[in-house]
Write a protein that binds this ligand. Structure first.
Ligand SMILES: Nc1nc2c(c(=O)[nH]1)N[C@H]1C(S)=C(S)[C@@H](COP(=O)(O)O)O[C@H]1N2
Ligand SMILES: [Mo]
Length: 518
């Protein structure tokens, strides 16, 4: 057999050893915790380690598909490493085993450093690594036997070579098949959301003590292609660092209020639901939203005002921040005064558009704070609020170069005409949304080419905490045109032209589109 073909078979042995390793790890993680799965732990570690600029780039390029990109990349890297390990073990034993143990060591490190990880979480990875070594050794031995038998004689039925070749294939095939079946099944069960989803579907949220006022007539424009006034749960953007959506049993959920408070408080899900809940529309914004981007959505939230819980806890003098922590270890620092503001419904939310929170939007409980970007306020799967000081605390994104405070910047976006749509001369609608959260949008203006700015018609606002739709009618003429938009908020501030990148505290600049009229 040629050296190259031997390498190919050795690489296959490496791949099968990796498959067996990952499969057993998934099965073992089933019995411990989904987050003990090494593949996902390494993915989470990568998410925590990649520098901010790279993350911004990936989100910029792939949007909310960033996690798929990460998993595919990780898969390719694992496959390449596995092939290398196979060839090494075949050519230069025991360096294949050394390589496998090194990779396993990194995976073990990743697992035990996850938020709320237990040392015992290392067990699936270590155990599966042992299996991986065995598969690697047995596979490589069989390959050697086959190669040796073949070089010493012809391959005939029942010859040594044929028998040892069959031995190699039976071992490789059986291990590969078992790994795929066990791995896929365990992963499906590990995703673990089935049981939690069933509880969630059965959950009946109480009626709000204070319902959201009905949406004003004329708040939603009837224009094709404009973002709906209320974003459906399934279309709501999702941004988080969780490679696996935390699946929390609502019965086990508890929130603790700790730190600089006179009374520490702990509250469970049923207790929370028994409190007088408030319903309110709030538009949520991601600080990574580019000018014209779609990392924003508007929903009707149901929850309990955080200021009421804080009033019970009684923050002590000098406290100026609340550090919120999610079950999976994400943190955010929110100014205490914003959460205590009686004029602003900062919620511990349990409902989104009339349903319990979807799992990926924070089930069972998340924070929603009008006027602040999500990274400093909207903690999903929240389990602790620690009252403290900005001087003492930093949080997930502020540790990565983002600003400590993140008030939402006044912005506007053109939704219609959509990119690439062919336009005819005549009357054309230009429309979109604008927001100046917790302040309110006062005016939206549109400019075509170098003409003077024209004032757009604003739809009614639900409140200052939500975005507002706008439109103008334009008599389009043949040719290429540039359309720009800018908003002015209730403080009199008008968006400025200069482009500012999203890092460290949100993008700035006028959304500008090019259109061609036939
Ligand atoms: N636990 C947790 N909560 C989180 C995040 C996260 O990574 N983990 N990301 C925050 C960011 S950056 C934003 S913009 C919002 C997005 O909320 P959504 O996914 O429901 O739209 O959630 C916030 N809450
Ligand atoms: Mo965000």
């Amino acid at each position: 057999m040629s050296g190259r073909r031997q390498n190919l078979w050795a690489a296959l042995v490496g791949l099968i050893a990796a498959a067996a390793t990952l499969a057993l790890a998934e099965v073992a993680a089933l019995f411990l915790a989904p987050a003990a799965s090494p593949l996902f732990a390494v993915g989470s570690l990568v998410i925590d380690l990649v520098p901010g600029w790279l993350k911004t780039l990936v989100i910029g390029l792939f949007g909310t598909d960033d996690k798929v990109v990460l998993l595919v990349t990780l898969g390719v890297v694992v496959a390449l490493l596995a092939a290398g390990v196979g060839i090494l073990e075949y050519r230069r034993p025991p360096f294949g085993i050394v390589g496998l143990v090194l990779v396993g060591g990194i995976a073990t490190f990743a697992v035990v450093t996850r938020a709320d990880a237990d040392a015992i979480w290392a067990v699936p990875t270590v155990l599966s690594m042992v299996l991986g070594v065995v598969v690697l050794r047995v596979g490589v031995d069989r390959l050697h036997r086959w190669v040796a038998a073949e070089s010493s004689g012809e391959v005939r039925e029942f010859s040594d070579a044929a028998v040892s070749r069959r031995g190699f294939f039976v071992m490789a095939g059986a291990t590969a098949a078992a790994s795929v079946v066990a791995g896929v099944a365990a992963r499906a069960m590990n995703a673990g959301t089935t049981a939690v989803n069933a509880v969630r579907s059965a959950l009946k949220l109480p009626a709000p003590a204070t319902a959201a006022p009905p949406i004003p007539v004329g708040a939603e424009l009837d224009i094709d292609g404009i973002a709906p006034l209320v974003t459906s749960n399934k279309d709501f953007y999702r941004i988080d660092t969780a490679l696996q959506v935390p699946s929390i049993n609502a019965d086990d959920w508890r929130l603790r209020i700790t730190g600089m408070v006179e009374n520490e408080i702990e509250i469970g899900f049923d207790e929370l639901l028994a409190l007088p809940l408030v319903e309110t529309y709030v538009t949520l914004m991601c600080v990574s939203n580019e000018v014209g981007g779609d990392l924003t959505g508007n929903a009707k939230w149901l929850g309990y005002p955080i200021r009421e819980l804080l009033a019970r806890a009684v923050p002590t003098k000098g406290a100026d921040v609340v550090l919120s922590t999610s079950q999976d270890g994400f943190t955010a620092t929110t100014p205490l005064e914003v959460l205590q503001d009686a004029e602003r419904n900062s919620l511990l939310a349990v409902g989104m558009n009339g349903e319990p929170l979807p799992l990926e939007h924070g089930y069972p409980v998340r924070m929603v704070v009008p006027g602040l970007y999500g990274y400093v306020s909207a903690t999903k799967w929240v389990v602790e609020l620690k009252v403290s000081t900005f001087a003492k605390e930093s949080a997930y994104w502020t540790d990565r170069g983002w600003s400590a405070k993140g008030p939402v910047k006044t912005s506007s976006r053109i939704d219609v005409p959509a990119f690439g749509v062919s336009l005819q001369p005549g009357t054309v609608a230009i429309a979109g949304v604008a927001w100046a959260q917790h302040v309110g949008v006062e005016r939206v203006e549109v400019r075509i080419d170098t003409e003077p700015w024209r004032e757009a018609t604003l739809a009614e606002a639900i409140s200052a905490d939500t975005w507002r739709q706008w439109f103008i009618e334009w008599t389009a003429t043949s040719g290429d045109h540039t359309i720009e938009v800018r908003a002015t908020d209730a403080t009199g501030f008008t968006q400025t032209e200069e482009r500012v990148e999203v890092v460290p505290d949100g993008a700035e600049g006028w959304h500008t589109i090019q259109v061609r009229v036939a």
